[in-house]
Design a protein around this ligand. Structure first.
Ligand code: FAD
Length: 333
């Protein structure tokens, strides 16, 4: 059996071992090195790092068939063929929170709309599972496939996590969760993952959600409500119908508690009785705030919405690309 390879991080000097066949990102997260990442399926490009020394094989080609640029490593897909030196300037030398795999008991299942199920899970406090607002975890299916869901609650609750899952017709986990999941069931989960966390600073904030993309934004609001109100935050929440905005009452509660936070609901298929905003949710942002050069944007949900928002906000509203933070709900391979 081959020996593990050593991966070093420049310039801060962290290092960790990578088992044969393991991806760079999996090895890093298991060791507590938080390399940038989002989808972990080779789709979003968030995890690309410059390869300073060594070689990798990319386990899968991109879904759109394009190659990884020369000198880059797509860490969620790359398996090292030699020891590596990677350029990861934001990663400190000392490891932090590790990704853990643990059983989790379903505490409560509620169905606030015709296709959204809210699931509260109890993770054993001894499991070492801790997350930051905005992160996600994966549920492991019996055949080893994984599905990712963002935590929608405040991380302070000891060992409890809340997911908002939208039922996708024909989808393996989401139909099971909506149609059959009950309190008392056990799930196997893995996490936390993701970088969709509030950045420190003073920039006014635009929150952009489609459907259950509201889940990590709810966690950000619950955890950083006062900070967001101080900076000024507008949540544009898009759905087809009013019922897609399945937790609109809780947003109204934040608006009342923190006058600096405001909700703009945007419906794309509302009937003639709807007098509010309609059309694409990112277009409503552009219409209201044509200059985003001083803002930060946190977008979550449908990958097409996120691509459209990223490209239009940076191209025509002056948003600096590094001020756009997103988790795209890409379908797992
Ligand atoms: C970082 C991240 C966070 C996420 N957070 C959330 C969240 O908080 N809430 C949420 O609701 N979702 C979230 N998602 C999406 C979630 O992980 C799942 O992709 C989603 O729930 C669908 O899973 P599923 O098992 O039900 O469907 P799958 O079985 O994966 O199927 C997905 C869709 O593809 C179709 N499909 C499947 N196989 C085929 C095939 N062979 N041919 C044609 N069509 C096919 C299905 O009919 C279905 O419509 C997140 C995704 C990511 C990457």
């Amino acid at each position: 059996m081959s020996a593990p390879l050593l991966i070093k991080l420049a310039p801060n000097g962290g290092s960790f071992e990578c088992a044969p066949g393991q991806t760079v990102l999996d090895a890093a997260l298991a060791a507590g090195y938080w390399l940038p990442h989002s989808c972990r399926t080779g789709t979003c490009n968030t995890c690309h790092l410059s390869l300073l020394e060594g070689g990798v094989q990319h386990a899968a080609t991109r879904p759109d068939g394009t190659d990884v640029p020369a000198g880059q490593c797509r860490t969620c897909q790359a398996v090292p063929t030699t020891d590596l030196l990677l350029d990861a300037p934001k990663v400190p030398q000392a490891p932090g929170q590790r990704v853990v795999t643990t059983g989790a008991k379903v505490l409560e299942v509620t169905r606030p709309s015709h296709d959204v199920v809210m699931i509260r899970l109890q993770v054993p406090p001894t499991a070492g599972f801790a997350f930051k607002a905005g992160q996600y975890a994966s549920v492991l299916l019996k055949d080893g496939a994984k599905r990712s869901y963002s935590m929608a609650n405040n991380p302070d609750e000891a060992g409890v996590i809340e997911w908002h899952v939208r039922r996708m017709e024909g989808g393996r986990f989401s139909t099971h969760a909506y149609d059959k999941l009950k309190a008392g069931a056990m799930l196997r989960i893995e996490g936390p993952y993701g970088d969709f966390v509030l950045q420190p600073g003073d920039a006014p904030i635009v929150l952009l959600a489609s459907g259950t993309g509201y889940a990590p934004i709810a966690a950000l609001l619950k955890t950083h409500g006062a900070e967001m109100a101080r900076r000024g935050a507008v949540l544009y929440w898009g759905g087809r119908q009013w019922s897609d905005l399945y937790a609109v009452d809780s947003v109204a509660a934040w608006e009342a508690q923190y006058p600096g936070i405001r909700l703009v609901p945007v419906l794309s298929e509302a009937g003639p009785e709807w007098t509010g905003r309609d059309g694409f949710v990112h277009a409503a942002v552009l219409a209201d705030i044509p200059d985003l050069s001083r803002h930060e944007v946190y977008a979550c949900g449908n990958p097409l919405m996120i691509d459209a928002a990223r490209s239009s906000f940076t191209a025509s509203a002056g948003l600096p690309a590094e001020h756009f933070f997103a988790d795209a709900f890409v379908v797992n391979n």
